[in-house]
Design a protein around this ligand. Structure first.
Ligand code: CA
Length: 472
């Protein structure tokens, strides 16, 4: 086992040293780089998987994935809501760097700026075939379509959510429009989460044998709260009907994870497939009856309940199994982890890092000294180091937490003015050269950031005045 792991690692290291465009496709007889499967839940609560302490229903399949991989106990996404978080995940870059700081409005011509390279585009250099099944939410105009952004196949929904039981014609709204399957409109048939699982299994069956990347982007358990009777029956011990429906939705997602894992096993490619599982943001607890315990607040905020997520990385036979990794990591790390493992030269402009050396112990320092968040719609900034987290919300005093001990952000240590100034300064430096939003947000009455109004033209005095107005 250990020797096998060493041999495989050697092959990866050799591969990682190559930069030829086809370096990832190994000749016959050599170690083939792994497939990548990213399973993304939508609006899943922090406490709503078994390995995070879930009590009132079960997620045996997601837990099985955690047991065969590494569970990150300080894992974050780069934004507290859907589209910007996905933009960060698929580019490996803080989405603020390219103005993707709002959800794109449906049929408004807004989407992930074409300046950016997405993970499937990078993996194509090493011969990977990529498919997305599920929610896109990175622009519904033709130029932003997944197949224009590096994916070879798309089955799913272009918008930010969907009815789980029905669809309507081409003129229908975002949540009722027909799905798209390989370029053709198709209706929702049965229960959408199960339909997406079937499409994912179909992709794997067709593509196995060649290096592939599957982005399985479930829209569950994002609203609307809908589940069929047979799923509701499986969680009928839950008294609250909204929580029961949510539990049924997560149960279907968990079933899907189990079916994907079973197929990888059936095809004999479990050990040749790196599987990531995470949520795109924290639970919007009032909206979908999710549970973020013990975190503070919800989706949409830069408190932990908005940005800290369940996150697993499994690569059986290569990475440790059943382990926890405690240093802060980010969804931004998925891109560089995948491209480095595929043997592709990692672009220099990424904010994420390849996690594999950290998980193998060949790198002992933490992957990130500091992480940052800025949610313009809520006028919020946050940053965290291993020890501290600073939260700045418009018109409120800055809040400093000893986040290593105070995961619930319950007791500010605001007397530490020096540390607040240090972290505020680094946050402002991080934000200073970000471009204005690539399109407007939906909040009409918010104060306008100087860079929003002037492009990159705001000078330091204006930025200082802006920060002053936000409240020290
Ligand atoms: Ca979401």
């Amino acid at each position: 086992m250990l020797m096998g792991m060493r041999r495989a690692l050697l092959a990866i290291l050799i591969c990682a040293a190559c930069s030829a465009p086809d370096a990832g496709v190994a000749p016959a007889g050599e170690q083939q780089p792994p497939n990548f499967v990213v399973i993304l839940a939508d609006d899943l609560g922090y406490a709503d998987v078994g390995f995070q302490g879930l009590q009132d229903f079960a997620t045996p399949n997601i837990d099985r994935l955690a047991a065969r991989g590494v569970r990150f106990t300080n894992a974050y996404v780069s934004h507290p809501y859907c589209s910007p978080s996905r933009a960060g995940l698929l580019t490996g870059r803080y989405q603020h760097r390219f103005g993707h700081v709002h959800n794109p409005k449906f049929r408004a011509g807004e989407g992930l700026p074409l300046s950016e390279t997405l993970l499937p585009q990078a993996l194509a250099e090493a011969g990977y075939v990529s498919g997305i099944v599920g929610k896109w939410h990175l622009g519904d105009a033709p130029r932003f379509h997944p197949v224009e952004r590096g994916f070879d196949e798309f089955f799913g929904l272009l918008g930010g959510g969907h009815d789980y039981f029905k669809s309507a014609g081409a003129d229908a709204g975002e949540y009722l429009i027909r799905l798209e399957a390989h370029g053709e409109p198709v209706p929702v048939e049965g229960y959408l989460t199960e339909q997406l699982t079937e499409a994912a299994l179909d992709f794997v069956r067709r593509r196995a044998g060649h290096p592939f990347f599957l982005y399985l982007s479930y829209n569950a358990p994002h609203g609307p709260l809908q589940a069929p009777p047979e799923l509701l029956d499986r969680v009928n011990s839950i008294g609250d009907p909204r929580r029961q429906t949510y539990a049924a939705m997560v149960t279907s997602l968990d079933d899907g994870v189990g079916e994907v894992l079973a197929l990888l096993e059936e095809l004999g490619i479990s050990e040749g497939t790196m599987v990531f599982f995470l949520s795109d943001n924290g639970g919007p607890t009032p909206a979908n009856a999710s549970d973020n315990t013990p975190l503070r607040a919800t989706k949409g905020t830069v408190y932990e309940g908005g940005v800290r997520v369940p996150f697993v990385l499994a690569w059986p036979g290569q990475l440790p199994a059943g382990r926890a990794y405690d240093a802060p990591v980010s969804a931004l790390d998925i891109f560089p982890t995948a491209v480095a493992t595929a043997g592709i030269e990692t672009p220099a402009n990424l904010d994420g890092v390849n996690l594999v050396p950290y998980l193998l112990g060949t790198e002992s320092a933490p992957p990130h000294e500091q992480l940052f968040w800025h949610s313009d719609e809520g006028e919020q900034f946050a940053t965290r180091t291993a020890e501290h987290k600073l939260v700045r919300v418009l018109d409120r005093e800055p809040e400093l937490y000893a986040i290593g001990q105070d995961i619930s952000e319950s007791s500010p240590v605001s007397e530490d003015g020096v540390r607040i100034r240090e972290l505020s300064g680094s946050m402002e430096a991080w934000h200073a050269d970000h471009p204005p939003p690539a399109w407007p947000g939906t909040r009409g009455d918010r104060p306008v950031h100087p860079n929003t109004a002037k492009g990159l033209g705001a000078d330091q005095a204006e930025l200082d005045a802006w920060m002053e107005r936000r409240g020290k």
